[in-house]
Design a protein around this ligand. Structure first.
Ligand SMILES: C[S@@+](CC[C@H](N)C(=O)[O-])C[C@H]1O[C@@H](n2cnc3c(N)ncnc32)[C@H](O)[C@@H]1O
Length: 293
């Protein structure tokens, strides 16, 4: 009995020691890969114009509408600010914020195992799961490489943190602006993620994603056994939220709504290279205490 208790205490101490070492070790931030990255091994989630390379990308093309996406047209200022890009993917938003004068931390998941894959229990979904998991892993690795490829090509100074979106560490410090672009629909517990990021935000939160129309604060649960088991999105899309739903979530977290704008952004992700437009809402809220004069 005593032996078991001692063992448990020892393991706890080791785990705690390991965790604090991880935070205190050389740097909190990720290092760029040691080896040069082949462009063909990258999956660019965003379109970019890269110096000496030209245009790359096969998904969201925010080059013309980035100011709307980032909330600049709603008055969000990036010059001289510390900004967090939650769910950076290929990093286009991070590099855009940096270009506008922010000191940027790009955040993404530490391991592909952190993707919240919808856990369908029906056998036909279970059968398709190994293929979906493999596709998720390949996409995750390709997108991560694309981030570092663009980071290098653009000579970016953005720092990168890989971790748990539900528990952002205090060690990341305080942020003036937290950009939450198109990540909440992919999370099982979007409110916890928003809470976790909002804790580090002193001033402005920007949420940009597709929002269905309507005045009511509602969320729709997207997974359904009617979805196709072979469709990647069946496993990765959890929610859509009305604008008022996001505004209410932010209000609960102590942020006052200051503006919303619906804008169509170019996206070829679902149409194999053909340009289509997706309407997204950008919602800006400010920490209540930052509004006091
Ligand atoms: C759809 S992309 C959005 C990219 C970018 N923020 C934008 O608005 O264009 C979603 C991002 O969220 C990240 N993500 C998804 N699930 C996550 C999780 N459970 N933990 C951490 N990051 C996650 C993905 O790795 C990806 O970078």
């Amino acid at each position: 009995m005593f032996k078991e208790k001692f063992k448990a205490l020892l393991n706890k101490a080791r785990a705690q020691n390991g965790a604090s070492q991880a935070v205190q070790s050389t740097s909190l931030y990720a290092e760029p890969p040691n080896e040069p990255i082949e462009i063909d091994s990258c999956e660019f989630y965003h379109h970019f114009n890269l110096p000496k390379i030209g245009e790359v990308g096969q998904g969201w093309d925010l080059r013309e509408t980035v100011n709307e996406y980032l909330g600049v047209t709603l008055g969000v200022e990036y010059q001289g600010k510390r900004a967090l890009d939650l769910g950076t993917a290929s990093g286009f938003l991070s590099f855009a914020m940096e270009k506008q004068g922010s000191e940027v931390v790009s955040y993404d998941m530490a391991s592909q195992a952190q993707w919240n894959i919808v856990p369908y229990q029906e056998p036909r979904f279970q059968q398709a799961l190994p293929k979906i998991t493999q596709q998720t892993a390949l996409s995750y690795q390709g997108i991560r490489r694309s981030y570092w490829f663009a980071h290098h090509a653009l000579s970016s100074s953005a720092k990168v943190f890989y971790g748990d979106v539900y528990h952002l560490p205090d060690a990341l410090g305080r942020f003036d602006v937290v950009m939450v672009g198109m990540i909440l629909p992919h999370l099982r517990d979007p409110f916890q993620a928003l809470y976790s990021a909002s804790r580090l935000c002193d001033d402005t939160i920007v949420v940009t994603q597709q929002c269905p129309l309507g005045e009511q604060p509602y969320g729709l649960f997207l997974p359904s056994v009617q979805n196709s088991p072979d469709n990647f999105e069946s496993y990765h899309a959890w929610w859509v939220f009305s604008e008022q739903c996001i505004i209410n979530m932010l209000a609960v977290l102590g942020f006052v709504h200051v503006g919303t704008k619906r804008v169509s952004h170019k996206c070829s992700a679902r149409t194999r290279g053909q340009d289509t437009y997706e309407e997204c809402s950008t919602i800006v809220a400010k920490r209540r205490s930052s509004l006091r004069t």
